[in-house]
Design a protein. Structure first.
Length: 87
């Protein structure tokens, strides 16, 4: 069984995927994703915002765009960090 420690900002997923027991790994990974509010990014329902520029060429929605980029990296890190190194 997976062990989860910490609060929602500092959860550690200890059940690593090694090619077996995918359903259990997926269940634990989704719990972690929910705790970090990343399910939409992982499932693709929360898509990267389209970059919008003003007439001077400055990014108008930079904060929203950069926040999505950071959250996407967190989601990728959550998945990558839950894999066995040799897998």
């Amino acid at each position: 069984m997976a062990n989860h420690e910490g609060n929602g900002n500092n959860l550690i997923f200890q059940a690593k995927f090694n090619g077996t027991r995918f359903s259990q790994w997926k269940f634990g990974a989704l719990i972690m994703a929910r705790a970090k509010k990343l399910v939409g990014i992982i499932e693709g329902t929360e898509q990267k915002p389209v970059e919008e520029y003003d007439e001077e060429g400055k990014l108008k929605n930079g904060r929203k765009f950069n926040t999505w980029i950071e959250r996407d990296a967190m989601a990728a890190g959550l998945i990558y960090g839950s894999l066995e190194p040799e897998y």
